[in-house]
Design a protein around this ligand. Structure first.
Ligand code: GDG
Length: 455
């Protein structure tokens, strides 16, 4: 079978522990090992002397090739265009978009430079799989350099509706470049619809059955490939994690109180302030929960150099203080807010211990935390998932209590209902979601994308 080339912004190098990197990195590495492959991307390093040729390492049948970014590239490509323009745009936050021509040029230039570095590493039969919003124009840059291989793209975040996308100066170029791929994978059918509407109404292209697109002189396909998790692996991890010293200590510290858990990178797309407000409202409007429930939010700092993320941190610091100041007792603190990361095993143990998984993004491509929470539950006594309708995961996790994260009262009501839900109902909802997670694992996701790309 043809060699696989994976391109992603961050590369999980062989020395990196995959227990930190997570399920996606494991799944991609497995695919590379199976038939031999190359993983190409940014090294994560920034340096004045960023070399033109990538640093290369080989382990087993897998080559790793990574490039550093210069400080200007890091700012324009990564901090500004990818994370302060495309990220808010794709999460429908037009008010947070910070567009400037220099960062757009920087984004295109990094894609061109990465294409220059990748071309000499490619063989004629390689199948190339490019990931995420950092590298939308990469296939077009490769095509400009004569690459005729099959190239697929998977977008991990939402693809915005045409009216939203049109707010981006340069949207025409971005979509034209997107059409240089042979297969585009999105998380949901809603994302697929957003692109096909753009193709029909903005690009004057055509769309046929099976996601066949003709536009800008190219024929390609688009489809929904909802990403999954390593369901069995997470179940096992949770069984082990449940007996870990950390989970034991967590359990002791709760002295029999119910736990509501939230776990997110500290990001404004995740609806964390809305979640805090809802918990505040629950305690205010339903006093029977005071002293009986603890809400623990794990939120490791992410993209701390981007201004909007610093603002969010300040907001959450203030909210935590306000809720705890108002409701805490000498022997109970309602909100535990932790800006630190835990091992996946500890996390799985914590999920299993929590009566409610509280996942309320304002927009999310998929949201793996929702799926991990479900896979971690004790089949005999599962907890309840409260899930935003705006997470891609809501389309599959129909056994969750589906909520509108902007509706504080509805969130509090869902928490109230989840905390009181009888065992029979919890079990039947959980079984329904587990059946989905067992059918659509991360391996299934990867193989269905790759088999369509190769077809
Ligand atoms: C993007 C899209 C899409 C979190 N805290 C810790 C920790 N995590 C892990 C979780 C989960 C992952 O990080 C977060 O994944 P999400 O899917 O929730 O969100 P994004 O990071 O925004 O991911 C998203 C995803 O790509 C995949 O396509 O679902 O929509 O935005 O796995 O467990 N892991 C550890 N310690 C922590 O404290 N070890």
């Amino acid at each position: 079978m043809a060699r696989l080339v994976v391109v992603s912004n961050r590369v999980a190098m062989p020395r990196e522990r995959l227990s930190r990197a997570g399920g996606l990195a494991v799944a991609l590495r497995e695919a590379l090992q199976a038939h031999g492959g190359l993983w190409f991307g940014w090294s994560g390093e920034v340096g004045e002397q960023a070399a033109k040729a990538p640093h290369r390492v080989r382990q087993g049948r897998v080559d790793y090739a990574v490039l550093d970014l210069t400080p200007d590239e890091h700012r324009q490509f990564y901090l500004e265009f990818a994370n302060a323009t495309l990220w808010p745009l794709c999460h429908y936050r037009l008010g947070l978009i910070n567009f400037n021509r220099a960062s757009w040029d920087g984004y295109l230039a990094v894609n061109a430079r990465f294409a220059d570095a990748l071309v000499p590493l490619l063989g004629p039969d390689d199948v190339i799989w490019i990931h995420d919003y950092h590298f939308i124009p990469l296939a077009a840059e490769l095509r400009r350099r004569g690459v005729r291989n099959r190239i697929g793209f998977f977008l991990h975040i939402p693809f915005p509706a045409p009216e939203v996308l049109a707010a981006l100066p340069g949207h025409e170029r971005l979509v034209r470049d997107l059409c240089a791929y042979d297969l585009i994978g999105f998380q949901t059918t809603g994302d697929v619809r957003a692109l096909t509407e753009y193709i029909l109404h903005e690009a004057r292209g055509s769309v046929a059955a099976g996601g066949r697109i003709s536009a800008y002189g190219r024929d390609l396909r688009v489809g929904a490939f909802p990403i999954g998790i390593d369901t069995d692996g997470f179940e096992r991890l949770a069984t082990i994690g449940a007996c870990s010293p950390e989970t034991m200590r967590l359990s002791e510290s709760l002295v029999g109180r119910d736990l509501v858990i939230g776990v997110d990178r500290l990001d404004y797309s995740k609806g964390i302030p809305q979640r805090f407000e809802a918990f505040h409202h629950l305690l205010g409007s339903r006093p029977q929960h005071r002293g009986k429930v603890t809400f623990m939010q794990i939120a490791p700092i992410s993209r701390g150099e981007v201004a909007q993320y610093r603002k969010l941190r300040n907001e959450l610091d203030a909210l935590t203080g306000r809720i705890n100041g108002k409701f805490a007792e000498f022997d109970w603190v309602p909100v535990r807010y932790l800006n630190k990361a835990f091992s996946r095993e500890t996390l799985a143990g914590f999920y299993r211990h929590a009566r409610v998984g509280f996942v309320t993004p304002l927009r999310d491509g998929m949201n793996l935390v929702a799926k991990e929470y479900v896979a971690s539950q004790d089949p005999a006594d599962p907890g309840v998932l409260v899930l935003s309708r705006f997470a891609g995961a809501a389309r599959e996790m129909q056994g969750a209590l589906i909520v509108n994260p902007y509706d504080t009262e509805a969130l509090a009501e869902a928490l109230d209902r989840a905390l009181a839900m009888p065992l029979d109902e919890r079990r039947s909802r959980w079984e329904q979601m587990m059946a989905v997670l067992r059918a659509n694992t991360i391996t299934h996701w990867r193989e269905s994308f790759l088999s369509q790309l190769r077809a």
